[in-house]
Design a protein around this ligand. Structure first.
Ligand code: HQG
Length: 182
């Protein structure tokens, strides 16, 4: 990775921390829909990371997971999903594909097989429609393990699913009976 990309990635990680978990770390607040004031975000983040309007526009435009959105006139910015703080990012309830996947680490498997998937520190359990994504997510937690979720049955049983604007499938929890370890 080039030095410039490396710097952008570090700044982006910090922005993700601020917009999903800890806005207070730079003394800002999010509104009920998760929006931060763009100027305030730039001011707060740039105290410790290289950031100005142009760099922020580039980060939002080029982020490989499209983690962030601006409002129409770019005066506000929010993370599309992944929050631990209780904000309502106006997720769209959407019928899931018949099967979804969740990647995790081997160390969590015995607990998941007892309790099912829980959102832990986040608001939702994160799922994907493909095993490649699940594998990458799982690898973040050590030796990756993939669970298959019977989303068709969950839907039939009344569990709501949401699709974030950046294509992440979300649901509140997945009971053990809908899980199969691959
Ligand atoms: C596990 C990244 C024990 C769960 C990714 C996961 C994703 C349990 C961990 C997004 C459990 C939580 C989210 C139970 C679930 N007992 N462990 N009952 N139920 N777990 O990071 O899904 O790059 O909060 O399997 O790409 O890994 O940040 O969730 O291993 O989309 O944009 O508890 O974060 O996106 O870990 O990742 P996380 P996740 P970003």
């Amino acid at each position: 990775m080039s030095k410039r990309n490396d710097t952008l990635t570090k700044t982006s990680r910090f922005i993700s921390l601020i917009l999903r978990h800890q806005p207070e770390a730079i003394g800002i607040t999010l509104d009920e829909h998760g929006w931060a004031d763009t100027e305030q975000l730039i001011k707060g983040v740039s105290a410790t990371h290289p950031l100005n309007r142009d760099i922020l526009e580039e980060i939002v435009r080029t982020d490989e997971k499209q983690r962030y959105s601006f409002n129409e006139d770019h005066t506000k910015i929010r993370a599309n999903q992944g929050h631990s703080i209780p904000v309502d990012v106006e997720l769209k309830e959407t019928d899931p594909p018949a099967v979804l996947y969740h990647g995790t680490g081997e160390k969590y498997v015995s607990s998941i097989e007892k309790e099912g998937l829980k959102p832990q520190s986040r608001l939702y359990v994160h799922l994907s429609a493909d095993t490649d994504t699940a594998f990458k997510v799982g690898r973040r937690h050590g030796k990756p393990v993939i669970f298959m979720i019977d989303a068709a049955k969950m839907k039939e049983d009344g569990y709501p699913f949401f699709l974030s604007v950046n294509g992440v499938w979300l649901t509140k929890a997945v009971p053990v009976s809908y899980l199969t370890r691959l």
